[in-house]
Write a protein that binds this ligand. Structure first.
Ligand SMILES: Cc1cc2nc3c(=O)[nH]c(=O)nc-3n(C[C@H](O)[C@H](O)[C@H](O)COP(=O)(O)O)c2cc1C
Length: 274
C-alpha cells in the first residue's frame, strides 16, 4: 500500500520522533517546517510522542548488543517504534534543549536503540535534526543527534536549531522564519539528489574501526559479529557499509585505523583470558 501511494502521489512519509513532552515550541517548529516542505513536495507527517509511548529505560544488561535486541528484558513498545522507523522515508529527530542536552524522553529512546550503533540499518533513509532552546545548548544537541543518526546509518538531510526565548522578540521571529525556510529547502534538495553523498573521513574511520573490532568479537558479541558477517562487511574489497565511492586517502587512513583497532581488541581479549 505504501509503495502504491508513493508511486502514484510520490508522498514522502516522515516520522517525527518527538522528544518534547508537550505540544510546545519544538512541536510548533516542526509544524512550521512541515508547512514549508509541503509547499514544494507532498509529505505526510506522523508524530511519535516519546512521552506517550510505552518505552522503558534501558536496564544496562547489554543483551541487545551481544544476543540481539529481541533479548531485551524490557517488555514494551520498542519493536513498534522500530517498525515505524523502518516504514518511514525520513525521520525527524526533534528535541528541545533541557538542561543543556536532549530531553530525558529522547535519551531513553537513544539508549534503548543503542544496538543500532553496532548494527546500523537505516542507510536507505534520511534524517533531519531539529532542536529549540531558550538561550544555549542547541549546538551541542544538534551535534549529538546528528552523530547518533549518522552512526545508525541515516543520510543526514539537514539540521535546524532555533533560539526561541519567551517572550520571542520580533527580530528573532524573523530570523527563525528564515532559518526554517532555508532548512526546508535543504531537506527537499536532499530528496532530489539521486545518490547519497560519499562518506566523510570520520564516517570511513568509524566503519573501519568497528570492522577491526567486531571481526574479533565472534565469541563475546556473536550477534554483532554475525550481523557484520551476514552483511558482507568483513569481506575484502568492501570499503564502506554501502556501495558508494570512498575517497582513496580516507580508505587508506581507515585501513590503518582498522589494523590498530583489531590489534587493540586482540590485546584486550588476551589480557582478559590470561
Ligand atoms: C526542564 C527544562 C530545561 C531547560 N534547559 C534549558 C537549557 O539548558 N538551555 C536553554 O537555553 N534553555 C533551556 N530550556 C528552555 C527550552 O529549551 C526552550 O524553552 C524550548 O524551546 C522548549 O521547547 P518545548 O516547548 O518543546 O519544551 C529548558 C526548559 C525546560 C522546561
Amino acid at each position: 500500500m505504501k509503495d502504491q501511494k508513493k508511486q502514484v502521489f510520490n508522498i514522502l512519509n516522515i516520522l517525527v520522533i518527538m522528544g518534547s513532552p508537550h505540544k510546545g515550541t519544538t512541536y510548533r517548529a516542526c509544524e512550521e517546517l512541515r508547512h514549508c516542505i509541503e509547499q514544494e513536495i507532498p509529505v505526510e507527517f506522523e508524530y511519535l510522542w516519546l512521552m506517550d509511548v510505552n518505552l522503558l529505560s534501558c536496564k544496562g544488561c547489554g543483551l541487545c548488543f551481544t544476543r540481539g535486541e529481541k533479548s531485551c528484558p524490557n517488555l514494551d513498545e520498542s519493536h513498534l517504534i522500530e517498525q515505524k522507523m523502518q516504514q518511514a522515508d525520513a525521520i525527524i529527530f526533534a528535541s528541545p534543549v533541557y538542561a543543556l542536552n536532549v530531553t530525558g524522553q529522547m535519551k531513553v529512546f537513544i539508549d534503548r536503540f543503542s544496538y543500532n550503533f553496532h548494527r546500523p540499518q537505516f542507510f536507505d533513509k534520511k534524517a533531519f535534526i531539529l532542536t529549540t532552546t531558550a538561550i544555549l545548548g542547541h549546538k551541542d544537541v544538534l551535534k549529538y543527534l546528528e552523530m547518533v543518526a549518522g552512526l545508525w546509518g541515516f543520510d543526514i538531510a539537514g539540521k535546524m536549531g532555533l533560539v526561541t526565548p519567551d517572550p520571542l522578540p520580533d527580530y528573532r521571529k524573523d530570523e527563525n522564519q528564515k532559518v526554517i525556510k532555508k532548512s526546508a529547502k535543504k531537506f527537499i534538495s536532499a530528496f532530489r539528489q539521486e545518490r547519497r553523498k560519499s562518506p566523510s573521513l570520520k564516517d570511513v574511520i568509524i566503519f573501519h574501526g568497528q570492522r577491526g573490532s567486531f571481526r574479533q568479537l565472534k565469541d563475546i558479541s556473536p550477534f554483532d559479529y554475525h550481523y557484520w558477517k551476514d552483511n558482507g562487511w568483513f569481506e575484502d574489497g568492501i570499503n564502506y557499509f554501502i556501495d558508494i565511492p570512498v575517497n582513496p586517502l580516507y580508505h587508506a587512513i581507515g585501513m590503518i585505523v582498522e589494523w590498530f583497532s583489531a590489534r587493540q581488541v586482540q590485546k584486550d581479549l588476551r589480557e582478559n583470558l590470561g
